[in-house]
Unconditional design. Structure first.
Length: 117
């Protein structure tokens, strides 16, 4: 899976809420998470921020397949408006406890169970 699937659905959702398939977006984001490529972080962020429904459906942890520190460093290096917003949200969520006990392998295993893989 490439980031194109998530991006295509996000674009539909941005144009008109309900037009994109948020369940498909979430599945694409989970697949991107499991690929653990830092250059997919912003594709996941775009999907997450495409609508209210997508924001609720796509967990913030899906941005952090390389781990919190590596994801933060990557977003800082990109420095775009989107990267800064994603970094700010990750930091807010961490402060709120959303990353308590977060481990990439455990989180990935939870998604395998969820999708019956």
């Amino acid at each position: 899976m490439t980031s194109r699937g998530a991006e295509a659905e996000a674009l539909k959702e941005r144009k008109r809420q309900g037009e994109g398939d948020t369940l498909l977006m979430k599945l694409c984001c989970v697949q991107l998470f499991n690929a653990a490529r830092l250059d997919d972080v912003l594709a996941i962020w775009k999907a997450k921020t495409s609508s209210f429904d997508a924001a609720c459906s796509i967990d913030i942890q899906l941005l952090c397949a390389a781990g919190l520190d590596a994801t933060r460093a990557y977003l800082l290096s990109v420095g775009s408006t989107e990267a800064t917003a994603a970094l700010r949200r990750i930091n807010e969520c961490e402060t709120g406890g959303d990353f308590e006990g977060f481990e990439v392998a455990t989180y990935s295993a939870q998604w395998r169970t969820y999708y019956g893989m």
